[in-house]
Design a protein around this ligand. Structure first.
Ligand code: SAM
Ligand code: SF4
Length: 344
């Protein structure tokens, strides 16, 4: 699908839940968010139907996210259904946790990935791999256990590290580590993160985005991708690279001659939006043309009133049409939903 600005839209990020087992300072208020009612969250067979329609429209890349995707019951069977075609003809309504009997997802050329905080990864990595998940990104903003607790509210650093090790052991390579860079919090650790490229990790520094979560001033914590690169270049030789799989809006570099790559995702300081190829599906069934805008297209109501696939496809067309040229953060237009509510 092409949008009004000539971008090809082929990537759907699917939030499977708004719940999370952490409270990262930049994402969740300490007291949590007001959670969706169970019945307002899309059922797995509804998610599978939407994904299949998206695939028919040319979407080839899918990512499961949240909230924390691994806290939703039955997540492995959702992955299995999305990753592998299942036999047609079984279209049983299913309110539970197993989506196996839902509408088959047919294609073979798509990729399926997940973004997780890694807390539950040591227990899920192997079944996720066996279910057909292609790639995993783990979010980890510090390599220091005490600091991890300050950022996320929980003492889970060791479990995340164990999850990362297990994910690699079962074949998720290269494993991507997402690091939200924050001045005065983890900018002293950029060198340690870069060194992970020596072991083949792909480390991606993400610019902090301003959501309405904490009173702390976003601008005091924001640090640009360019400034992080300057810091890195004081110690390491880094060069831009276009090798490897396409990285979407990330600018990719290599440090020294190490196997892993270093990426910079710069939603604030760069013209990130011109390369945007994605739509987002929220866990309560809205299609969002842009993470950083409040425009949404309701899919849940039509899904639940039994409309045919063609009408859902038209709603995709509307969402693609509504995709803005770029976000308006510089004009202080902050989105109402937080990252955990939209699906990062
Ligand atoms: N819970 C999972 C996790 O943390 O990986 C998936 C959902 S989380 C919302 C997805 C990504 O969004 C994470 O990498 C997280 O660091 C990022 N994120 C959340 N809030 C952000 C913010 N204010 N600025 C930049 N990235 C943010
Ligand atoms: Fe949870 Fe992920 Fe948000 Fe952290 S970034 S609070 S792990 S949803």
């Amino acid at each position: 699908m092409k949008d009004r600005f000539g971008r090809t839209i082929s990537y759907l990020r699917i939030s499977v839940t708004d719940r999370c087992n952490l409270r990262c300072v930049y994402c969740m208020p300490v007291q949590g968010i007001s959670l969706l009612r169970h019945e307002d969250v899309l059922r797995y067979e509804e998610i599978v139907r939407v994904a299949r329609i998206a695939e028919d429209l040319g979407f080839s890349k899918f990512r499961l996210t949240g909230g924390e995707p691994l806290v939703r019951k039955g997540i492995v069977s959702l992955v299995e259904t999305l990753a592998r075609p299942c036999s047609p003809g079984n279209n049983t309504e299913n309110h539970g946790t197993s989506p196996q009997n839902s509408v088959p997802f047919r294609g073979k050329s798509r990729s399926l990935a997940m973004t997780t905080n890694g807390v539950l990864l040591s227990q899920y990595a192997r079944p996720l791999r066996a279910a057909g998940l292609d790639r995993i990104n783990v979010s980890l903003d510090t390599l220091d256990r005490a600091k991890y607790q300050r950022i996320t509210g929980f003492d889970e650093f060791d479990r995340v590290m164990a999850g990362i090790r297990e994910a690699r052991a079962v074949g998720f390579e290269p494993l991507k580590i997402n690091v939200v860079a924050m001045r005065g919090i983890n900018d002293d650790e950029v060198g340690d993160f870069v060194r992970l490229a020596q072991e083949g990790f792909e480390v991606r520094f993400i610019e902090l985005m301003p959501f309405r979560v904490r009173a702390e001033r976003w601008s005091d914590r924001f640090i640009s991708g360019a400034e992080i690169r300057e810091k890195i270049a004081q110690t390491f030789h880094i060069r831009r690279t276009d090798e490897g799989p396409t990285a979407g809006p990330a600018k990719m570099y290599r440090a020294e001659d190490w196997p892993g790559r270093i990426g910079f995702i710069e939603p604030i300081s760069s013209s990130f939006c011109s390369a945007c190829n994605r739509l987002r599906l929220t866990s309560d069934g809205f299609l969002k043309p842009c993470l950083l805008s409040d425009v949404e297209v309701d899919l849940k109501t039509p899904l639940r009133t039994g409309v045919p696939d063609e009408e859902i496809a038209e709603l995709f067309e509307r969402a693609v049409f509504e995709k803005p040229r770029g976000h308006r953060l510089k004009e202080h237009r902050l989105p109402v939903r937080t990252m955990a509510q939209v699906g990062g």
